[in-house]
Design a protein around this ligand. Sequence first.
Ligand code: ZN
Length: 90
Amino acid sequence: MARYIFNEQVSCPNCGKKAKKATERWWARHDGPYTGNLKIIRRQTTAYGDDDILTLWDGESYEMYCGNFCTNSCAMDFGNAAYRAGYRRS
Ligand SMILES: [Zn+2]
């Protein structure tokens, strides 16, 4: 599914868990030194020690694993509860 990006730290509508930072990865040895505008919030070496992985973040974007929800399970729970509460699309 498409990424849902939020410009604030929203919470899962089903369980209340907070959204994670919407980050990008950069492989510093493969891609070269990072020179973009994003902040480097984490730097780690691969398990094989063959590259350095940077985690990049713009400082404001958040995302959930499953659209508006933190997990597929929360999306299903919420969908079933909405149906039981009478919600219909057609
Ligand atoms: Zn949830």
